[in-house]
Ligand binder design. Structure first.
Ligand code: SF4
Length: 429
């Protein structure tokens, strides 16, 4: 009997890449893949546990699925499943809990382990070898496709649970990722975003991260290659040349800072100093005109005093960053920082987050203003309220009026201005 199956993704871009590949692996079998908001016989949730919000999102989503569609059998997979299987298996109508080691084989598991009274649980140990991924992560809903090149991490930052949820750093076999990139282009994707946990540590035999980039920007038919988040200290300066030269490599970097205080960075077990970070960011901006530079910051890390936070604000104010993602610190099981004294009060964390979010909004607005009146190229993705939106290579969201279908079109636009600080309006040329 054919069963319908829908997919939800919580968390990061890597989860999105994996959900897309898992979705494709259900096709061509006795399953009918349906849209996320359609009531399905089986609902798959690719979970996140990087913050306590990720855990809460799973709870909320499972409750919502059970309210809307009480007959559904639920599969909880991924990071939270790997480390919190005992909790997840108690949730109503959960029939499968599958961690990161085996989640890519979910279609086989669901086929062979039918929903029973007791949930099927698999939290096998995560392998350490290089890997392949046989199913291309074609994403029919988005112009951009995510390409997973790496998994796991050996850095063990003290706040982070990821080395426990995703295991040791391991890389995808070079030929295998090139094959998927060709498949994604063949399926119509014009932009590929490289994803992984710590992609700058990519290593497969003699191939390193820069080899991946060089090979992909030479991929026929690929218009854009974007690098997602990449750790400071792992970024080869050899990226700047192709970015500045107008190749397919997008002028966009997202480099997590986490704190503007050397003392806090040390307490986080981060691997760089503020001066190293500053020098690198300044070199990047000098080398690549109009580079968009984003970062992540954690507020309220144990021991973060007002003085530490002020240092973070000052640094962020002066660095040539375009935007920051602000995360409120939350204790993660197994992460070392949960043992630290000096936990910061919740209201203080909320107030600090507000300060940084406002600063980020102002910096983004200033970045956008620089482009008023300039001509850019936009890869259009979708239509909303009679406006088409898409991105420039340097991550400016642009909206234009058009009666034509612009899906997946790469078109020149003259930028006008920004009404809300997050998107620029423009006219098609
Ligand atoms: S580099 Fe640090 S923050 Fe990033 S995944 Fe590894 S341990 Fe976590």
């Amino acid at each position: 009997m054919t069963r319908s199956v829908s997919f939800h993704t919580l968390g990061c871009r890597l989860n999105q890449a994996e959900t897309a590949a898992i979705t494709r692996s259900f096709e061509g079998r006795d399953f009918d893949v349906v849209a996320t908001d359609t009531d399905a016989d089986i609902v798959v949730v690719n979970t996140c546990t990087v913050t306590e919000n990720g855990d809460a999102d799973t709870r909320r989503l499972v409750n919502r699925i059970n309210r809307r569609n009480p007959g559904a059998r639920i599969a909880l997979i991924g990071c939270q499943a790997q480390v919190q299987a005992a909790t997840l298996r108690q949730m109503p109508n959960v029939s499968w809990v599958v961690g990161n080691a085996r989640k890519m084989a979910l279609a086989d598991i669901v086929e062979s382990a039918a929903a029973a009274d007791r949930p099927f649980v698999d939290t096998s140990e995560i392998p350490t070898e290089s890997f392949t991924s046989p199913t291309a992560a074609v994403d029919y809903r988005h112009a951009r496709a995510n390409l997973k090149i790496q998994d796991g991490c050996d850095f063990y930052c003290f706040f982070c649970v990821i080395p426990y949820t995703r295991g040791h750093a391991r890389s995808r076999q070079f030929d295998d990722l090139l094959r998927e990139a060709a498949d994604l282009v063949e399926a119509g994707h014009r932009e590929i975003v490289l994803t992984g946990v710590n992609i700058g540590t990519y290593e497969d035999g003699s191939k390193a991260f820069l080899d991946v980039v060089d090979a992909l920007i030479a991929q026929p038919g690929l218009d854009r290659l974007r690098i997602s988040s990449i750790e400071p200290t792992t970024i080869p300066a050899g990226l700047f040349g192709p970015m500045a030269a107008g190749t397919a490599l997008c002028r966009h970097l997202h480099i997590p800072l986490q704190s503007g205080s050397d003392e806090v960075l040390y307490q986080m077990n981060r691997r760089y100093s503020i001066s190293q970070y500053r020098e690198f960011v300044e070199l990047a901006c000098q080398s690549v005109p109009d580079l968009c530079l984003g970062t992540d910051v954690i507020v309220g890390y144990p021991g973060e005093s007002d003085a530490h936070f002020d240092q973070t604000v000052e640094l962020l104010r002066h660095l040539p960053l375009t935007y920051f993602h602000v995360f409120s610190y939350s204790e993660r099981q197994r992460a070392k920082s949960r043992l630290f004294a000096d936990q910061v009060e919740r209201p203080t964390i909320a107030a600090r987050s507000r300060v940084l979010r406002e600063l980020s909004n102002r910096k983004r607005q200033l970045f956008l203003e620089r482009f008023s009146g300039r001509e850019v190229t936009v890869l259009f993705e979708q239509e909303k309220r009679e406006r088409w939106t898409g991105l420039t290579d340097n991550y400016i969201r642009v909206s234009v009026a058009s009666e034509r279908d612009l899906t997946n079109r790469l078109l020149p636009v003259r930028l006008e201005g920004s009404d809300d600080g997050s998107c620029m309006t423009g006219v098609l040329l």
